[in-house]
Ligand binder design. Structure first.
Ligand code: AMP
Length: 115
């Protein structure tokens, strides 16, 4: 836990958020500034800045992220029409919150390439 990290505070329930899934390792909550009808953020409970900071030894601890995405999107019923998963990793990608997070966006069509 990093004292000033907003997503650590969300996972510790020190800041209010709309949590829609939680287990011992991960939390999924609604993005405060949604860019689609459904816009969720999936975070690990442990503080890790981004993908680049995951060590090779600990990478296996993150492989369950895919089953969480699968479970949440199936529960919301957006798996059939499709959805987008985005990770902004570092400065050039526009990462604003330095706690690894997967954006899960659904409920509309998305264009490509991203801006
Ligand atoms: P990124 O630019 O990839 O770092 O995305 C950070 C995301 O966190 C943005 O989509 C913000 O809207 C979202 N965000 C920031 N603060 C909060 C908060 N307190 N609760 C929910 N989402 C937040």
């Amino acid at each position: 836990m990093i004292e000033e990290c907003i997503f650590c505070k969300i996972s510790k329930k020190e800041i209010k958020s709309e949590i829609i899934y939680e287990d011992e390792d991960f939390v999924v909550f609604k993005d405060i500034n949604p860019q689609a009808p459904i816009h969720l953020l999936l975070i690990p409970k442990i503080h890790i800045e981004n993908i680049s900071r995951i060590s090779l030894e600990s990478v296996k601890n993150f492989n369950r992220i895919f089953s969480v995405i699968k479970e949440v999107t199936e529960k919301l019923g957006v798996d059939k029409d499709g959805y987008r998963v985005v990770v902004n990793n570092g400065k050039n990608a526009g990462q604003e919150v330095n706690h690894l997070h997967f954006h899960i966006l659904a409920g509309r069509k998305f264009s490509w390439p991203p801006g």
